[in-house]
Design a binder for this molecule. Structure first.
Ligand code: NAD
Ligand code: ZN
Length: 237
C-alpha cells in the first residue's frame, strides 16, 4: 500500500503493542491477579465492595510505568503521525507509552493509569509523584473525598470520547489495528465501521485476532518488528 500524506489514517492499538516493553497483556497473565480474575478487580462493583484490593492492584500497575519504556512500535507511530495531515491514534491501553514516545493526536479510550479521578467533584489529576504511588489512598485536593479512584474505564463503564472516535473512524481512508485481540467491545467493533466506510483495513498482531477476515491485509508477528518496517515502507513507496 502507498500512503499519501493527505490520506486520513486511524490507528487502534491494544495491549500487544506494549508487550515488548514488558507490560503483560491480560491473556499473558491468564486473566488472573493474585487469585482474582482481572474482570473482578476492574469493575465499579469491586471498588465499592473492596476498594483496598482494587487500589492495591492499580497501584502495582501504576508503579510499573516507572520501569518500562516505549518500544520501536510506539516510536514508529510518532513518525507516521508527523508524516500525515490527518491522523488519529486510539489506544485501548492505559499505560503512558504512546504519549511518552511523543504521540499527540491520541485518545486513551479506556483511561490512563497516570491519572486519578475524584468521584465526588470530578477533579482529574496527573498523579505519578512518590506521594501518589504508595499503598495509602490519595485524597482529593479540591474537596473532602479521602479516596481518589484510578482514572480507568472499568468493565461495565462507558469508554471515553466515543463521539470523536466514531467520527474519525467513519471518515478514514486507512484503518490500522495493532496488538489487539478483537474481543473487547466497543473497540473491537471499530474495524467493521472502518470496513463499512470503505477504508483499507490493516491488522498487525502476534496471533490472528477474532475478526481477522475483515482485514484487507493481515501481518502476523511482533509489533516491535513489523510496525517500524511497515511504516517505513508505507511512507517511502
Ligand atoms: P487485547 O485484547 O488487546 O489482546 C492483546 C493482543 O496482542 C493478543 O491478540 C496478542 O496476540 C497480541 N500480542 C501480544 N504480544 C504482541 C506483540 N509483541 N506484538 C503484536 N501483538 C502482540 O489485550 P488484552 O490483554 O486482552 O487486554 C484487553 C484490555 O485490557 C485492553 O483493552 C486494555 O484496556 C487493558 N490492558 C491494557 C494494558 C496496557 O495498557 N498496556 C495491558 C493489559 C490490559
Ligand atoms: Zn474532589
Amino acid at each position: 500500500m502507498m500512503l499519501g500524506s493527505d490520506m486520513r489514517v486511524v490507528v487502534l492499538t491494544g495491549a500487544g503493542i506494549s508487550a515488548e516493553s514488558g507490560i503483560r497483556t491480560f491473556r499473558a497473565n491468564d486473566g488472573v491477579w493474585e487469585n482474582h480474575r482481572i474482570e473482578d478487580v476492574a469493575t465499579p462493583f469491586a471498588w465499592e465492595r473492596d476498594p483496598r484490593l482494587v487500589w492495591r492492584f492499580y497501584q502495582g500497575r501504576r508503579r510499573q510505568l516507572l520501569d518500562v519504556n516505549p518500544n520501536s512500535a510506539h516510536e514508529a507511530l510518532v513518525s507516521l503521525e508527523s508524516y500525515l495531515d490527518e491522523f488519529l491514534l486510539i489506544t485501548q491501553n492505559v499505560d503512558d507509552l504512546h504519549s511518552r514516545a511523543g504521540s499527540e493526536k491520541l485518545i486513551h479510550m479506556h483511561g490512563e493509569l497516570r491519572k486519578l479521578r475524584c468521584e465526588m467533584c470530578g477533579e482529574i489529576i496527573d498523579a505519578m509523584d512518590d506521594e501518589h504511588l504508595q499503598d495509602q489512598y490519595v485524597k482529593c485536593v479540591q474537596c473532602t473525598n479521602e479516596r481518589l479512584r484510578p482514572h480507568i474505564v472499568w468493565f461495565h463503564e462507558m469508554p471515553l470520547r466515543m463521539d470523536e472516535i466514531y467520527d474519525a473512524v467513519g471518515e478514514c481512508d486507512v484503518f490500522i489495528a495493532i496488538g489487539t485481540s478483537g474481543h473487547v467491545y466497543p473497540a473491537a467493533g471499530l474495524l467493521s465501521i472502518a470496513k463499512d466506510t470503505g477504508a483499507h483495513c490493516i491488522g498487525i498482531n502476534l496471533d490472528p485476532p477474532e475478526n481477522v477476515i475483515l482485514f484487507d491485509e493481515f501481518h502476523q508477528g511482533l509489533a516491535g518488528e513489523l510496525v517500524p518496517a511497515l511504516v517505513t515502507k508505507w511512507m517511502s513507496e
